[in-house]
Design a protein around this ligand. Structure first.
Ligand code: ADP
Ligand code: MG
Length: 572
């Protein structure tokens, strides 16, 4: 084979950059060090946005959130061994949550690693990553960089999205090849996440079942939010007239104040519904596995599920799925809408009336609680301020983590736009806060409000420096109740050590933001919180509000106390 060759050469660094840019990847989240320091510099020099973090886990979480928001794989770039391992937690979490992300790590020389001769940061990274993500690849030769990047992108975004690991040994970067051959080796991925149409008979089966329903319910999950088919989902929901429940990251897909939203009657509709349409939501622990008391106990046997999901193997994972609808969410809901002809009646009026009555009763009850103004603030009175701010600025992102801070915020703060709520997701993981906040601000330029339990904030708190360095419009609100769950636990062995769940009392979290040039404010009352928050969102200046919450408020493990084994033998 004869190839035209030019006299110019191209190296591995440039091929990696060109391969990513060719696929419209313009932002990298990472942390420089051996062997990727020069890569980060060259990326920036080549016009890419290189966002440098203080710890790889947060760069990884940022990449994952960027993937969820944009449908493009978010890229996290790390050094070898420890940096790689720090990023791996985020990669694994992204995979669990079905967020597209690529972790690219530099690694040591294969020859030394494979003979276990003890290289600097020696580790067989590919083998370690493999079971923890959707796919993993290693590129050894410059001419394979294009294929490696293309395979990583396709693996991350096609089918059920997830995390991909891409291993680049140090030597790869300095390899050179003919420039023209190098450019020709790069691949622009065509149709990375092709539509997957549901089978017509599956659509018919689902419609036939839906027609029999007396108490139908739609459940929207974060897969439905990710799919970016907001109009199609709205059409299906409104045309069907069926009440719907959003999972936490699907809040805002339709405004939470929509008349068909059944969030305030959650327990009732889950226990009562006879046919449930799952759209991009899994029947995992967050939905009590589709059975048991939550689902009405005895009612569970007669309940039927229609499940829309791109992953065929998700079906029957917890309970039988009577009508599986495998395909992309847009195509599936379009097909359902198209099939709802004149013979398709709206749900019985008794069901709608009852759901609506329960909702409005609970909404009134909650409004009473939100109106109270206890001193110090409790979760409700502080969250009422956040609720009002999101109502005023529905374009703002809400990042949310903690135990009680998470549970209360999920039910109190209404969302009005899709994909604006970013939270602890499928694992209920702590530590996503600052990474998610940075990603939302960087990829959208919109204001971000990060509502953080004081414990949750601690996992990623050092990234406030990153927020200040890039001058991002992020306002962190730390719900400070002096500890994990609450701040009043006592040591039970008589020593001077504090109890394992309590922190330094009256910690000055706002000073952390001040340390790097941002705004730090203490808020003792809803009025103070409102003032500081409104200013922060309006100015876009990096801000941390230390919101002082009653240290006796909060319950152990928040809403999931039942998952916390207790022996009952620890004396308080
Ligand atoms: P939630 O926690 O909000 O219930 P999950 O993460 O449990 O949501 O479920 C999301 C589901 O959505 C996953 O089963 C995933 O396979 C599916 N999914 C993600 N993207 C798409 C898509 N574009 N089309 C169809 N299903 C999708
Ligand atoms: Mg779920």
């Amino acid at each position: 084979m004869t190839t035209d060759t030019s006299n110019n050469t191209i190296d591995g660094f440039q091929l990696v950059i060109d391969a990513l840019k060719l696929n419209d990847i313009d932002t990298i989240f990472g942390l420089p060090g051996i062997p990727i320091t020069d890569l980060t510099r060259k990326m920036q020099a080549n016009g890419m946005r290189m966002i440098s973090f203080r710890h790889e886990q947060h760069a990884g979480n940022a990449a994952a959130a960027a993937g969820f928001i944009t449908q493009k794989p978010g890229i996290c770039l790390t050094v070898s061994a420890p940096g790689f391992l720090n990023g791996l937690t985020a990669l694994s979490n992204a995979t669990t949550n079905c967020f597209p992300m690529i972790l690219i790590s530099g690694s040591s020389e294969r020859e030394v690693v494979d003979l276990q001769q003890g290289d600097y940061e020696e580790m067989d990274q590919l083998a370690i990553a493999k079971p923890l993500c959707k796919a993993a690849f290693r590129v050894l030769h410059a001419e394979d960089i294009g294929v490696g990047v293309a395979r990583a992108i396709r693996s991350a975004v096609s089918g059920r999205p997830g995390g991909v690991y891409l291993d680049f040994p140090a030597k790869l970067f300095s390899q050179v090849m003919d420039e023209m051959e190098g450019q020709q080796s790069l691949i622009k991925v065509v149709d990375a996440a092709p539509r997957q149409l549901p089978a017509p008979e599956s659509v018919q089966r689902a419609l036939d079942l839906l027609k029999t329903a007396k108490k139908p319910l739609i459940l929207l999950g974060k897969g439905a939010a990710y799919a970016q088919v907001d109009k199609d989902i709205q059409t299906f929901v409104e045309q069907s007239g069926i009440p719907y429940l959003p999972m936490s990251m699907a809040k805002g897909l339709l405004p939470d104040t929509h008349e068909q939203c059944a969030s305030a009657a959650r327990s009732f509709v889950l226990a009562e519904a006879d046919v449930v349409v799952l759209i991009g939501a899994r029947l995992n622990w967050l939905l009590s596995h589709g059975k048991g008391k939550t689902w009405g106990g005895a009612n569970a046997a007669s309940r039927k599920f229609i499940q829309i999901d791109i992953a065929p193997t998700e079906m029957d994972s917890n309970v039988p799925i009577a009508a599986p609808l495998v395909g992309d969410i847009g195509s599936c809901v379009q097909a359902l809408s198209a099939g709802m002809d004149a013979s398709f009646a709206k749900p019985p009026a008794e069901w709608i009336t009852e759901v609506f009555a329960r909702s409005s009763k609970n909404i009134t009850k909650m409004a009473e609680k939100l109106k109270l103004n206890p001193s110090p603030m409790n979760f409700q009175s502080a969250l009422n301020v956040i609720k009002n701010q999101i109502e005023a600025r529905p374009d703002a992102y809400l990042v949310n983590e903690g135990a009680n801070t998470l549970d209360f915020a999920r039910s109190i703060v209404n969302m009005f736009e899709p994909r604006k709520r970013l939270d602890v997701g499928t694992w209920g993981i702590m530590g996503i806060g600052m990474g998610f906040a940075v990603a939302a601000a960087v990829v959208t330029g919109k204001p971000v409000i990060a509502v953080e339990g004081d414990s949750a904030f601690g996992f990623s708190g050092m990234e406030v420096e990153t927020i200040c360095r890039y001058n991002l419009p992020v306002c962190v609100v730390v719900f400070n109740n002096n500890g994990i769950y609450k701040g009043v636990d006592k040591n039970n062995n008589g020593s001077d050590d504090p109890a394992p769940t309590v922190f330094v009392k009256n910690a000055r979290y706002e000073m952390m933001m001040q340390a790097f040039g941002g705004v730090g404010v203490v808020a003792n009352t809803p009025a103070e919180l409102e003032k500081a928050l409104t200013e922060a969102v309006a100015s876009g200046r990096p801000t941390l509000i230390n919101a002082i919450i009653d240290e006796t408020a909060g319950t152990e493990s928040g809403r999931i106390t039942s998952l916390n084994p207790t022996s009952g033998t620890v004396k308080k």
